[in-house]
Ligand binder design. Structure first.
Ligand SMILES: O=C(O)c1ccccc1NCC(=O)[C@H](O)[C@H](O)COP(=O)(O)O
Length: 374
């Protein structure tokens, strides 16, 4: 039985998407996929999926009513716009939408072109097959939960990060495999590998190399996901988890991508920055891991009290749902870690303060004020 996600209708929608500029008007292909999915039981691998947990009638109606991608996103409070014109020049895109409003929008506009190019080189079908042949995923969520219990401090997701748009190059002498091994030896529960090349000087090659190096920690593919092609790509290169950013993705896309992650055995780390995003994400079934980013991806302002504020408001409902929270960005000292732990996080995602040290592995002890056990 052909999996739903590998079905011909899904593949042809991608061929259509890759074929050319369609603006951001409603995408009949996606409507067709969803409408088709309603009409018959969905199959993902051996399981028959319930129709209603895949789809939301209101959202289907929105597509059918002729709203554009950007209209739908804006109606959910998403400020990042999509150009949906992967073959157009930047000049043509800017004639239509004006200049990107902030760095995140710029990253996403570039990502749309990058994904279309990737898709043209490696069709979805190939990646689905490659992902199916990859070694099984490691339990990202389980590793965080176990490390938190073991150490009594937030589990560490240590980030392999060479550069960033806000800080420029963080480490000149950058060997991703050495850094990953040092992190693991010094008690990191999981690793985050930046794969964006243009803005972070990361790569999928780094992800593959770290996976192949014998590192046992589960790996997060730190990408700007806008398309399911990227999730299959990440899995085929050894990722166990992937980042989904609520500031970029509509509710329907988050649900759809979560579904794909589930089918692939991957964990989705859903990132929020503000209250509106937290509200949206808490309404989505199946969310197990939420990252609260202390850095605004639009302005770069870092403020750890963001984690505290969001958890004061939403902590009860998060605990009721058994969701694990990751405090992300701007953590430099044991006091910073204690502050977000007291706010209610069970894990932290840390890049700069580790990777900038001469010995990024030993920097872990400095960050937590004690050694972490494996
Ligand atoms: O780090 C940035 O400058 C950045 C800019 C735009 C979008 C995303 C960005 N960073 C991604 C992250 O969330 C961080 O890499 C991660 O949380 C670790 O942060 P830090 O410990 O402050 O390096």
């Amino acid at each position: 039985m052909e999996s739903f996600l590998a079905s011909r209708s899904v593949r042809s929608s991608f061929a259509a998407a890759a074929a050319g500029s369609r603006g951001c008007s409603p995408r009949p292909s996606r409507v067709a996929i969803l409408a088709g999915a309603r009409a018959r039981p969905l199959r993902a691998g051996p399981k028959v999926l319930a129709q209603d947990d895949m789809l939301n009638a209101t959202e289907l109606v929105q597509w059918e009513n002729g709203k554009s991608v950007n209209d739908i996103a804006a109606s959910q409070g998403i400020r990042i716009r999509r150009h949906c014109r992967p073959t157009a020049s930047l000049k043509e895109i800017e004639e239509e939408l004006g200049a990107p409003l902030n760095i995140l929008e710029k990253i996403i506009w570039d990502k749309e072109i990058e994904v279309a190019e990737g898709l043209a080189k490696k069709p979805l079908k190939e990646l689905i097959e490659a992902a199916a042949k990859s070694p099984p995923t490691r339990d990202f969520y389980g590793a965080l939960e176990a490390a938190y219990k073991r150490n009594g401090v937030p589990a560490l997701i240590a980030e392999v990060k060479k550069a960033s748009p806000s800080r420029g190059v963080l480490r000149e002498n950058f060997n991703p495999v050495e850094i990953a091994n040092a992190y693991e030896k010094n008690g990191a529960a999981c690793l985050s590998i930046l794969t964006d090349e243009k803005y972070f000087q990361g790569s999928f090659e780094n992800l593959e190399k770290v996976r192949a190096s014998g590192v046992k920690c589960p790996l997060l593919c730190k990408e700007f996901v806008i398309d399911k092609w990227q999730i299959y790509n990440a899995r085929s290169k050894g990722a166990d988890a992937i980042l989904l950013i609520a500031a970029v993705l509509t509710d329907l896309d988050m649900k759809y991508f979560l579904r794909i992650c589930k089918e692939l055995g991957m964990t989705a780390l859903i990132e929020v920055h503000d209250e509106k995003e937290m509200d949206r994400v808490l309404k989505i079934n199946g969310v197990k891991l939420i990252g609260i980013n202390n850095r605004s991806l639009e302005t770069f302002v870092v403020d750890t009290s963001n984690t505290k504020m969001l958890l004061e408001k939403h902590g009860d409902s998060i605990r009721e749902k058994g969701i694990l929270v990751v405090g992300e960005s701007g953590l430099f000292t044991p006091d910073d870690v204690a502050y977000v732990q007291n706010a209610g996080v069970s894990a932290v995602l840390v890049g700069e303060s580790l990777v900038k040290q001469e010995d990024p592995g030993r920097a872990i002890t400095g960050l937590f004020g004690k050694e972490l056990l494996h």
